[in-house]
Design a binder for this molecule. Structure first.
Ligand code: T3D
Length: 265
């Protein structure tokens, strides 16, 4: 297990597990942790041996968003607080990287995901939740609007009406409700969370991961596209996928009635 203090990294069988590691404050983000996470995601994107990523939290929470104690000095001065630049410099690049890197990120949601911690969970490509997990759009409770991509991801995942309710009331959504409304893919007993997520991630990491990266691109693009544009984009991505080792290997293995050996290229 390598460590960048607030972020832990562990590699096994093509899966990189990234753990938010400030459990005493429910993995709240200070600037050091945000910088470390940004760096860790960039490294995971570049590293060829990493073919799937798990994002989780240490302790009893997934993440509680901005460390409010860390920024308390903001509120003792008379000047306006500079949120825009802070978000642009720290949170936005993380969310952009998560959504654009051509590797799947599976959120293992081990406890409460609040504020930007909830945004981070929503930016994962899939979410497996522990029974004790919950989701809180906590921003409104401190007089803020959802940021770090929550206003983009939430209505797309659960629909406008539910997104509006979550964002405007800050109501806690427990794991069973999260499953019912499509916020998570699966709920498992707390003790099984890491094993279940690792099993899925390891399976995905052994598959045609270049194609999986392109599927992520295609489905992302569809959110802001029209049918004609999307059909053309699919045709272009298929041209790329069709040139890979894994495509040839998949077809050969099918014809030869054997298991394919994919390399992610
Ligand atoms: O530039 C910018 O600021 C823009 C970015 C904004 C993004 C945002 O994320 S804004 C939203 C910030 N987050 C919140 O408002 C959530 C605050 N936390 C909570 O509402 C609650 O802690 C939870 C609902 C997440 C969990 O409640 P509970 O009862 O299970 O735990 P707790 O007792 O409240 O927290 C345990 C400890 O963690 C506690 O410390 P202590 O008393 O044991 O020393 C608490 O202060 C600390 N903690 C939890 N969340 C944060 C935090 N410390 C600093 N910042 C936090 N966000």
């Amino acid at each position: 297990m390598g460590s960048e203090e607030s972020i832990l990294v562990h590699d096994d069988k093509g899966v990189r597990t990234i753990t938010l590691n400030r459990p005493d404050v429910l993995n709240a983000f200070n600037d050091d942790m945000l910088s470390a996470l940004k760096k860790t995601l960039r490294a995971a994107e570049k590293e060829k041996t990493v073919r799937c990523v798990i994002l989780t939290g240490a302790g009893r929470a997934f993440g509680s968003g901005q460390d409010l104690a860390d920024v308390k000095d903001r509120y003792t001065k008379d000047e306006p607080v500079q949120f825009t630049q802070h978000l642009r410099d720290h949170y936005n690049p993380i969310i952009t990287k998560m959504r654009t890197m051509e590797k799947l990120i599976i959120g293992a949601i081990n406890g409460v995901a609040a504020g930007a911690g909830c945004s981070l969970a929503l930016a994962c490509d899939m979410r497996i939740a522990a029974e004790s997990a919950s989701f809180i759009q906590a921003f409104v409770k401190v007089g803020l609007v959802p940021d770090s991509g929550s206003t983009f991801m939430l209505p797309r995942l659960i629909g406008v009406a539910r997104a509006m309710e979550m964002a405007c009331t800050g109501r806690k959504i427990e794991a069973d409700e999260a499953l019912r409304i499509g916020l998570v893919n699966r709920v498992v007993p707390d003790a099984d969370l890491l094993a279940a997520t690792t099993e899925l991630a390891t399976k995905l990491a052994s598959m045609a991961t270049r194609a999986i990266g392109l599927i992520k691109r295609a489905i992302n693009a569809a959110w802001t596209s029209d049918l004609e544009t999307q059909l053309d984009y699919e045709a272009m991505l298929q041209q790329t996928a069709g040139q890979t080792h894994d495509h040839r290997e998949g077809v050969r293995a099918f014809i030869e009635k054997r298991k394919p050996v994919f390399r992610g290229e």
